[in-house]
Write a protein that binds this ligand. Sequence first.
Ligand code: J5X
Ligand code: AKG
Ligand code: FE2
Length: 344
Amino acid sequence: MGALAEAYKHSLLDKQPIPLDYGSVRTLPESHIWLDQSDESPYVAYSTSPISPPVIDLTDPDAPRLIIQACETWGVFQLIGHDIPTKLMEDVESEAGKLFGLPVDQKLKALRSPGGGAGYGLPHISPFFNKCMWHEGFTIMGSPIDHTRQLWPQAYQGFCETMVDYQNQLKALTEQLIRIIFKSLNINSEEVDWLKDSQGSSTALQLNSYPACPDPTRAMGLAPHTDTSLITILQSKTSGLQVFKEGAGWILVQPIPGALIVNVGDFLHILSNGVFTTVRHRVVVTQIQRFSAAHFYAPPGDVIVSPVMSKDFGEVPRYRSVSVKGYVETKGKHFEKALSLIKK
Ligand SMILES: C=C1C[C@]23C[C@H]1CC[C@H]2[C@@]12CCC[C@@](C)(C(=O)O1)[C@H]2[C@@H]3C(=O)O
Ligand SMILES: O=C(O)CCC(=O)C(=O)O
Ligand SMILES: [Fe+2]
């Protein structure tokens, strides 16, 4: 759990709206219509894009080099050859489906409390936008038991076992990727206490549901953002995620069956002195419901993140050193401006 539990705690609490009863809505309400604002229009890139983020096989001996290259050029890649069992990935999706399939009043029993990190609700970044997203989410930080029990008195055990297993396995996979990446940054993983004993690291598992939408071209599934993480690992069987690529615009990511989508978050961007891209991304919706599960990983709250200095990453720091806790707080207050606020 850790520092991420504090994310967006200070964002305008009283403006946090509650998810709609999507099943009963036949036309898109005014509150959910996102005006076509130039490149912010969700539908510029509905179709398959001519270019797409790289696909990397973790068992390829060349994987480390390809990962570094992808972190620089795209900030996102699809990972195959990982050892997360297909069955577990499928179970996560079907358990998420069961949760979001519950009647609304039941889901509202697990509503995130104002300023709370975990539970059911709209995206944490909602207060920064004047329109609502076509979305419902369930955030797990630490043990999911308390919230799940409120929501599902009889059948929470299977859900919890699946999610805890997935959290543990994704945490281990994230740490494997961090070790690979740290090598290229000339950081000796053996000397990084929080990686050796990852107890204090902050993780969160975010289950996302984008309900079937009656008017997809005017709705927004998840507004553009960068992740408040070192690394995020996402699974989804279907497309909807778009990543912003400088010079190319919004690119739709077409998920490869069994692959995980890995993206660089703000902390890795800072650590790499801005060389690795913290990729801006958003989600478009369709007439079919879509699920995804995102696993966020950040160092413990009191860790100081400073840009590494080297020939490859630059000899002048582009960012000030920040504590994980401090940056999470800045992001929660200033959202998209957070990175520029810590620029040197
Ligand atoms: C650990 C995290 C990271 C959070 C906040 C907190 C829990 C849930 C994450 C998300 C998930 C949905 C998009 C996002 C932008 C949101 O609204 O909530 C993410 C945010 C971030 O990456 O900043
Ligand atoms: O649903 C997706 O594909 C992306 C979700 C996402 O960006 C997030 O949870 O931070
Ligand atoms: Fe994200």
